[in-house]
Design a protein around this ligand. Sequence first.
Ligand code: AMP
Length: 209
Amino acid sequence: MNLILLGAPGAGKGTQAEVICKEFNIPTISTGNMLRAAVKEGTEYGLKAKAAMDAGALVSDEIVIGILKDRIAQDDAQNGFILDGFPRTVPQAEALDEMGVKIDKVVEIFVPDEKIQKRMSGRRVCLDCGATFHTEYNPPKQEGICDSCGKELVVRKDDEPETVKSRLKTYHEQTAPLKDYYAAQGKLVSVEGQEEVADTSRLVLDALK
Ligand code: AMP
């Protein structure tokens, strides 16, 4: 089964992808994670991608389509996959079609912008061990300090309020048109993001039945 998770940044696609991955035993392919890894490693396309990512803009279709194509050719993706964060533009969706990739379903997780801004402004990450916290929903025991390794917690550059605003604008302008694209193919199902992650998961799994 080949699935796409659609939704604004911060709508909880990554978390739901983990749930679907366990339920159906198919890998999650996250272009955001692959790009962050490339930035960390300092590869050529990582260096090209960094400026766009820091500004809350999209990395070029050419780079992202190339990464995705290589990834879905790997062995573990042959029985299906969940795409998290791809496609993000109509040309990316068209590229998938041109590659002959058959998409079974597209699940949109809908969360209003105001809620996303609140969720993301409270997010704190440990750059050392990768643990994430939230000032309101999942606070660390000691403010500003990682429970796991004791290092300082920071606001990730792309979670800063101005960047979140740009990311949401980018989403509405460039990614939201994909809803019509996949609705026209009869593949779109929409789920409203709930306060509790488990409640959203139930709706997502129901939508996939
Ligand atoms: P994410 O973790 O999916 O929110 O992705 C983080 C950042 O990586 C985005 O804000 C974009 O700059 C970039 N990115 C991830 N996936 C794509 C994509 N499919 N097309 C263009 N840029 C992407």
